[in-house]
Structure formats: C-alpha cells, structure tokens
Ligand binder design. Structure first.
Ligand SMILES: [Zn+2]
Length: 169
C-alpha cells in the first residue's frame, strides 16, 4: 500500500466548497486514517454533509463462494477502521470497525459496523467456534500418553491464533 505519511497528510489541509455555504477546512484526520483526500474535486457538497475517515483495509480471503455474484467468486472478508464525521468541520466521530463481505473485485453493501468492544466479542466468538470446529492437541495427545512427558515446546506445532494467550498478542 502506498500511503502518504502522517506528516505529509497533516500538512495538507483539505478545503471543501459546499454549494450552500462558505468553504470549510476539514479537521485533521485520526492517526489511522489513510485517506489523502475525502472529497473528489468534482464532488457536489452541501454544508450539512458528512464524510468518513478510513484506515487501511485488511483483506481476508476465504474458500467459499460469494453467492449471487456472476461466476460466484470467492468471498473476501474486509475489516477496516472508519469514523463518520459530521458536519464537515467537526472533529472525527467515534472510531468503529466495518466488516464487509465482498469479492476480490469489489466491496458490497453487505457489512456490519461494530464498536471496538463488539469487534472483540466477534473475534472471541470466531476463535471459540474455530476451536470447536477444529480441536487442537488434546485429542491427539490423548491417543499417545507417552508423549505427554516430553517438553511441550517440542511437541507443539507453531503457535496459532487459537492458542491460549492469543488475547495478549
Ligand atoms: Zn481522514
């Protein structure tokens, strides 16, 4: 990703020109915002408009088809920080997380907006479900009790997100 550095962005004040009011200088972005500009030059803007700050998008490819799209391409789950800012000259609003379901070609309108606490709850639910769907060591070691006496760091595979301690990462 080619992003302007925070220093570059902070020195470029974005001024917008609503049709129905004086020009407005947007407030500084949250530190995670990667948008160089929030409005296009030819965008029609009104004084009562708002806008989003967006962070870098994290894309998680999945194995299953996105139904209803031509050719049923694979689903991409996208996670991104965002903040709705309104009116134009307001400080950035609360930072939330958007989970978007789409394809490699496009985001869609199928998404959930959650608070940071809710995002943690969703993450915990997913990790719990993943552990249930795909149990780790206990079942295997139960079949081979002799190996339980070995140092655990020699018998364990590489750490994964489902291991105890993930919450501290
Ligand atoms: Zn921004």
């Amino acid at each position: 990703m080619k992003l302007p550095s925070p220093e570059q962005r902070k020195h470029v004040m974005e001024v917008v020109h609503p049709l129905d009011s004086e020009s407005v200088t947007l407030r500084p972005c949250p530190p995670w915002c990667t948008d160089g500009r929030h409005f296009a030059d030819d965008e029609v803007i009104y004084a009562d408009d708002g806008y989003h700050h967006y962070g870098a998008v994290i894309e998680v490819p999945t194995s299953y088809e996105f139904l209803g799209m031509p050719g049923d391409p694979e689903t991409i789950v996208r996670a991104v920080l965002k903040s709705w800012t309104h009116p134009l000259d307001a400080e950035p609003g609360p930072t939330i997380i958007e989970l978007n379901l789409g394809t490699a070609a496009a985001r869609t309108d199928i998404y959930a907006e959650v608070t940071p606490a809710e995002a943690r709850a969703v993450a915990r639910a997913l990790l719990d479900l993943a552990d249930t769907a795909e149990p780790e060591e206990p079942a295997a070691s139960a079949l081979k009790p002799a190996e339980q006496s070995l140092p655990s760091d020699r018998t364990q595979p590489a750490p994964t997100a489902g291991r105890p301690g993930w919450a501290n990462a």
